[in-house]
Design a binder for this molecule. Structure first.
Ligand SMILES: [Zn+2]
Ligand SMILES: [Zn+2]
Length: 313
């Protein structure tokens, strides 16, 4: 985490916008920024992105997927600061307990939600699916190579249902620019044309998802968190080490050192590719098995079937 924050130590530089001491150098903009102008820079870019996509509108109830880490906590902070005074906008927090021993501490998340004065809703894999992520990995003989993809599918479905049941009109995720660029790059490296060119379609049962921090690099979200939300327990998922994502993260970070705008370019590439698929367009359906919205085959039920099979063998 240390290098993510990357505070400027020597020599002290002045902010490019005022005379105060800079705390960060934005390589891609060529600007040194003080704490105040750095905060302005982050918040104004996020606001611009929200306006551009009409992500937050009059009457919205925004469910923030709150893990308690720096990204989602910073997002909650930003949303309360920016929209908390608006009587026409409601903000609440949703936390999913995947059942990973030593990773998710719900009491920490509850404290954060209470600090920001938002209602807090929680749900667990154990109650919803009758198994935990630890149980799923154990069922695979301890092989955790696919745990991130299983976990993602199961989490997405559960957070969507909780949001829908609590009247959310938007679901907000703390994904940052690095997450977005990594996802695009992973699809490129897998040669997954289908994912890259997929058309994002509406399904009435699926709450529209927004990612306001997708334009902010991870190290800036970390610095924003450091300045505004204080220290957070960052346990790190014990299953994350095996994923392709780790390799892609290193690759992008190294390349960005020489070419500072790379992550922005990769994200733009991903957005430009979306909707270009010439294959059949999947129609939104309700899964006959679980009753939840799906496109084509329900991925949640497919994962649950596979996991049950592992238990039997
Ligand atoms: Zn300044
Ligand atoms: Zn299903």
């Amino acid at each position: 985490m240390r290098d993510n924050i990357s505070l400027i130590e020597t020599p002290p530089m002045n902010c490019s916008k005022c005379r105060r001491e800079a705390i960060i150098y934005q390589r891609y903009s060529g600007m040194h920024l003080c704490s105040e102008h750095f905060t302005d820079s982050v918040e104004s870019r996020v606001k611009r992105e929200i306006r551009k996509h009409h992500w937050i509108e009059h009457g919205d109830t925004i469910g923030v997927a709150l893990s308690g880490g720096k990204d989602s906590t910073s997002l909650l902070h930003f949303l309360i600061k920016t929209f908390g005074h608006r009587p026409d906008i409601t903000i609440l927090a949703i936390t999913i307990d995947e059942g990973i021993a030593g990773y998710r501490d719900l009491s920490e998340t509850e404290v954060i939600a209470r600090r920001y004065g938002v209602p807090w809703h929680t749900a667990s894999f154990a109650e919803e699916y009758g198994t935990t992520l630890d149980g799923i990995v154990a069922g695979q003989g301890g092989d955790d190579r696919r745990s991130c993809s299983f976990c993602g599918v199961l989490r997405r479905r559960l957070v969507n249902r909780i949001a829908r049941e609590n009247g959310c009109t938007k679901l907000a995720f703390g994904f940052n620019l690095d997450d977005e660029a990594q996802s695009v790059m992973m699809n490129v490296l897998r040669g997954d044309t289908e994912r890259l060119t997929m058309t994002q379609r509406d399904n009435p049962g699926m709450i529209p998802r927004i990612r306001p921090f997708a334009v902010i690099p991870e190290r800036e979200v970390a610095l924003y968190a450091h300045l505004h939300v204080g220290s957070l327990a960052d346990h790190g998922c014990p299953y994350a080490h095996n994923a392709l994502r780790g390799d892609v993260r290193r690759l992008l970070n190294e390349y960005t050192w020489q070419h500072p705008a790379t992550k922005f370019a990769v994200r733009t590439l991903g957005k430009e590719m979306q909707g270009r698929s010439t294959g059949p367009v999947l129609t939104p359906e309700i899964c006959p098995k679980c009753g939840e919205p799906a496109f084509g085959t329900c991925r949640t039920c497919a994962v649950l079937d596979e996991v049950k099979q592992d238990k039997r063998t």
